[in-house]
Design a protein around this ligand. Structure first.
Ligand code: HAM
Length: 420
């Protein structure tokens, strides 16, 4: 072991578990690609003010969890704590919204950083796959995204997740609710810090996890009862569309998200096998974000699914993904001449698109066959001096144990035939 360890709150993705992460990313990506979302990649760090303005000055993410740094040139940067503000910034910078093709639909996959209290399922470096539909106010777009996330989780084989749905209103109705909630909160027996939060960001108080606080919140006014007619009608359409698609959800009038840019539709995918860090994904509409970061009005909606927690959810449910073995053919060479010839065969197979690996390190038959087994390969190519003298190699089916001699120049055809 080296003297260095992965930093606190982080971990390394290593085989074989890393293959599950790739498969999760792939499965989510397949759904969004299939729905017309184009791939976008933005830098791992941005101007710190993008997040301060976008995610919200009073959020935990901005006040406590951002990794900020000043460059040698004096720029104030932050490692990205989330993807939405960056993706919208990139779309605005490239004028994607001016090309008459709204909504701009983008998806992304990458690393995000939050200086959080590390615990199971909550890391300081984590991975998301996200999708954003920028520049259209259309309940079908909100529905599309919820349906796609649901489809991704289903395709992975997850069952024990639930979809929580809420509307956070818009700039017409939310301020009225905010005031009603604030005057309710002022009458409660709350500690200093919570009272302060009630003044800055009262909706966040609804999300307080402490039982004594929750007890006092039972009669708190609900945003649901304050929604304006436009928000109500919009939300009803989203509900109808996802219901028609057979997606089961729960109305959760107390669902608040940890980022300030949300308006109207908000949702979270929670998994019941994960303990306190149960949100495997979340998102919603953010109609005001573009203007908050200096752009034109561009009503938008999106989500991000947490790859780490999705893998934990798969493990909690005992779902084993059907991952194809990385290697189809493993070559075992005994002696120098066999090494030279089989190494050439491995190259030939790879050039033909067949996944092949080789017994490196000059091991004997026993050690090399162990490697062949471990690789998960369907077939082993084995050759020693005697085989080569006869101009053949042994082709062994690792499942049935059957073995036959194949002429050297017939290896590719024989392998193709056996692999189907
Ligand atoms: P979020 O709810 O902060 O939303 O993060 C989305 C998902 O990322 C969470 O549901 C969770 O699975 C995962 N995640 C977040 N923090 C951590 C952590 N510390 N450790 C492990 N996993 C974590 C957003 O980030 C928004 N940008 C989503 C969005 C896109 N809204 C609109 N468009």
């Amino acid at each position: 072991m080296s003297t260095f360890q992965a930093p606190k709150g982080t971990y390394d993705l290593i085989p074989p578990r890393s293959a599950v992460f790739l498969a999760v990313r792939d499965t989510i990506a397949t759904q969004v690609r299939n729905a017309g979302y184009g791939y976008v990649e933005t830098p791992g760090f941005e101007d710190v003010n993008l997040f301060a303005r976008g995610v919200g000055e009073s959020t935990d993410i901005v006040t406590k969890e951002m990794y900020t740094l000043t460059t040698k040139g004096g720029d104030q940067l932050a490692l990205r704590p989330e993807g939405t503000a960056s993706v919208l910034r990139a779309a605005l910078q490239a004028n994607l919204h001016k090309q008459g093709n709204l909504p701009v639909k983008l998806w992304y996959s990458g690393s995000y950083y939050r200086y959080e209290r590390a615990q199971a399922g909550r890391y300081r470096h984590f991975s998301q796959v996200g999708a954003e539909a920028i520049g259209a106010e259309d309940p079908a777009l909100d529905a599309e995204l919820i349906i796609l996330a649901d489809q991704a989780y289903r395709a992975l084989g997850l069952r024990q997740y639930r979809i929580l749905l809420n509307s956070l209103g818009d700039k017409e109705c939310r301020p009225v609710y905010r005031e009603a909630l604030q005057s309710f909160l002022r009458g409660l027996d709350l500690d200093e810090e919570t009272l302060r939060r009630a003044e800055i960001n009262p909706l966040r108080v609804l999300d307080d996890k402490r039982a004594d606080v929750q007890k006092q919140l039972v009669d708190a006014p609900l945003l649901r009862d304050y929604l304006c007619d436009a928000c109500k009608a919009y939300h009803e359409q989203v509900r109808e569309l996802i219901t028609a698609a057979g997606v089961v959800f729960e109305d959760d009038p107390k669902l608040v998200r940890g980022l300030d840019y949300y308006t109207r539709t908000t949702f979270e995918f929670v998994h019941d096998g994960l303990g306190s860090q149960s949100a495997v994904g979340g998102g919603g509409r953010y109609d005001g974000l573009s203007e908050m970061i200096g752009g034109p009005a561009l009503p938008s909606v999106g989500w991000a699914l947490g790859v780490d927690r999705t893998v934990l959810a798969l493990e909690a449910e005992g779902v084993a993904l059907d991952l194809p073995a990385a290697t189809s053919v493993f070559a075992v060479a005994l002696g120098e001449e066999a090494r030279r010839i089989l190494f050439g065969k491995v190259t030939e197979l790879r050039r033909a698109g067949i996944a092949a690996d080789f017994s490196f390190g000059g091991k004997g038959l026993k050690g090399s066959m162990k490697d062949a087994n471990r690789s998960g390969a369907r077939l082993a190519l084995v050759a020693g001096e005697r085989d080569l003298a006869e101009g053949v190699v042994q082709l062994k089916d690792m499942e049935s144990g059957e073995q036959r001699a194949v002429a050297l120049d017939g290896v590719l055809d024989a392998v193709r035939e056996l692999l189907g």
